[in-house]
Ligand binder design. Structure first.
Ligand code: SF4
Length: 325
């Protein structure tokens, strides 16, 4: 069982606010987009934590802070106990090697004029003292590990299918033997069956290399079989987190229930408390008072409009923020 000492990544009360320019000339009033608003989570060695929610819930901004593409407005992000904002020089380079990413669109993540061997081998050329023949050998072995023909090292991106291009992107992410890979919507641009193959491959790679994943997805069904734990985000906050099986079997937050009922084909014997969400995601500039989900929640009652629910443990390892619990 994973313990505190296994913790690789730790986000603690992290916030990210973006300023919004006022439309009133000469106005000094400042408004802020509360993209991420007090989020805490850990990613332990060898596990997958999934952050799930609709577009605009803050999951991608959270991933960017993990990759140091954005700096938090407040709170702390640590890797193996070291504050990310304090990393410089070699320790920063080590972090960038230890935490890699695979993004959504295989087309945009591949330079169309770069042969696969160079694309996958580039992190090795920049960060190691390996010779060109040694890099080429590593590239061939990485291609095999993602299920591609080593001869495809000579190919250009357009010579691969969408699923193959995503395999190439995974091979590059693995080049420096990372400890954590951030998977930002890795299969949402792919057909369902191709996406399932990629998810299976990612699970096999995790089993053989013992790496951790921080998986970002808008669709709960996508994450079900790869996740050890799932955190559901809504308007910049985590509203529920539990072990994956527990979350799918026993969701407690109305938003999680709605996401599950929207995403999963219900099997015989499975509970079907179907919840259809109405309305749009409220603005992250002017947040609703009380529970920020009350504008769409079919169970909202008086307290929900005025009092923010605490995020607390409702069963061992299962946390939620809802006045119903
Ligand atoms: Fe719904 Fe109220 Fe729970 Fe918020 S606190 S999720 S509005 S029941």
């Amino acid at each position: 069982m994973s313990g505190q000492s296994d913790t690789l990544l730790e986000a603690s009360h992290v916030k990210k606010y973006f300023p919004v320019r006022s439309r009133i000339p000469f106005s000094s009033a400042k408004a802020w987009v509360h993209a991420v608003d007090d989020v805490s989570f850990t990613v332990r060695a060898g596990e997958t934590l999934s952050l799930v929610g609709e577009s605009g819930c803050g999951k991608t901004t959270t991933a960017k802070m993990t990759l140091m593409m954005e700096a938090p407005t407040a709170g702390s992000m640590r890797f193996r106990g070291q504050e990310l904002s304090s990393l410089t020089g070699q320790r920063l380079r080590d972090y960038r090697g230890a935490v890699q990413a695979v993004f959504q669109d295989p087309w945009s993540s591949l330079n169309p004029r770069m042969r696969t061997a160079r694309f996958i081998g580039e992190p090795l050329a920049v960060n190691t003292a390996l010779s060109r023949p040694e890099i080429d050998e590593r590239v061939r072995s990485l291609l095999v590990s993602v299920g591609l023909d080593p001869a495809s090292a000579a190919n250009f991106p357009h010579e691969f299918s969408g699923g193959q291009r995503q395999r190439v992107a995974v091979a590059r992410a693995l080049a420096l033997d990372p400890q954590v890979v951030v998977l930002d919507e890795p299969v949402s641009a792919l057909d369902v069956s191709i996406g399932a193959q990629i998810m299976n491959m990612l699970r096999d790679i995790q089993a053989s290399r013992g790496i951790s994943y921080l998986l970002i997805a808008h669709n709960l069904a996508t994450v079900r079989y790869l996740s050890d734990r799932v955190a559901v985000m809504y308007l910049g906050r985590i509203v529920e987190e539990a072990d994956s099986e527990e979350l799918f079997r026993n969701p407690q937050h109305p938003y999680t229930k709605a996401l599950i009922s929207a995403a999963l084909t219900i099997r015989p014997g499975e509970k079907t408390d179907e919840i259809i969400l109405s309305g749009e995601l409220p603005s992250a500039v002017k947040l609703p008072p009380g529970c920020r989900f009350h504008t769409r929640c079919p169970f909202a009652f008086k307290k929900c409009f005025v009092e923010e629910p605490q995020y607390r443990e409702i069963a061992p390892g299962h946390r939620a923020a809802c006045h119903l619990h």
